[in-house]
Design a binder for this molecule. Structure first.
Ligand SMILES: *Cc1c(COP(=O)(O)O)cnc(C)c1O
Length: 235
């Protein structure tokens, strides 16, 4: 089997899983957007997925996004890029205004750094609902102030929340975290704020898309189940 066929097969399996989860949850077909996570994969891998009908891709590293966008600059139809990784201030220039959605805004400092680029940018706020020490994501208690801040950044929009749950053995163990993100969203959505609507929930990865969709995910971020294992920098 060629690499392109393997990617098309992986994509088809993930689409089937998403469709089944939408049905099981009584949600409309197509209500969940698949973000194909192409970090550490090549531009040709992205092209193979696009040839199989995939449109939205997620990257985690600023320079890798820049390089892949450059490699595909002359392609007839470029992908819709999302930036899903943690974003350091000095990498904002590779991302702000270059992607449809930044998934992992988790501090007022980062929000201000994106705003300072002077470009329009849709964002999600990453929340550390489990309170894991040393992990990215804003604490739920600090979320209201960050959402308030969007009122001062007229070109930025907050479209929802994002979560990376703690590593667990069983997908089912992620359910309380997904449910907690939805609960935080429902609570904050009750308060109207300028430049903030919280319609999107970015949660669910290769191992647990079904559980995330059952708990209300509108964006799932799937890499390994489409492209196979990523090359590990340790090896
Ligand atoms: C790498 C990554 C994913 C994809 O993980 P898989 O287990 O390969 O599906 C999803 N979300 C984020 C934020 C990632 O960095």
């Amino acid at each position: 089997m060629t690499r392109a066929q393997a990617i098309a097969d992986g994509l088809a399996r993930v689409r089937d899983r998403i469709a089944a989860a939408e049905r099981a949850a009584g949600r409309a077909p197509g209500s969940v957007v698949l973000v194909a996570v192409s970090k550490k994969m090549t531009a040709d891998d992205v092209r193979a997925a696009m040839a199989a009908g995939q449109r939205v891709f997620g990257e985690s590293y600023g320079q890798e996004l820049r390089d892949k966008r450059a490699a595909m600059a002359d392609d007839a139809a470029p992908p819709e890029w999302h930036f899903i990784g943690p974003l350091q201030g000095n990498k904002v220039k590779y991302v702000a205004g270059q992607v449809a959605l930044v998934h992992a805004v988790d501090s007022i400092a980062l929000l201000d750094a994106i705003a300072a680029r002077g470009v329009a940018q849709d964002c999600l706020v990453q929340v550390n609902v489990a309170g894991e020490v040393g992990k990215h994501g804003i604490a739920p208690a600090e979320l209201p102030a960050l959402l308030d801040r969007f009122a001062t950044t007229s070109q930025l929009r907050c479209r929802g929340l994002m979560l990376i749950p703690p590593l667990v053995d069983r997908a089912e163990d992620s359910r309380p975290h997904f449910a907690a993100l939805r609960a935080v969203r429902d609570q904050e959505a009750a308060r109207a704020r300028p430049n903030v609507d919280l319609g999107e929930l970015s949660m669910g990865m290769s191992g647990d898309v079904e559980v995330a969709i059952a708990e209300g995910a509108t964006l799932v971020r799937v890499g390994t189940a489409i492209f196979g294992e990523r090359p590990s920098p340790q090896k």
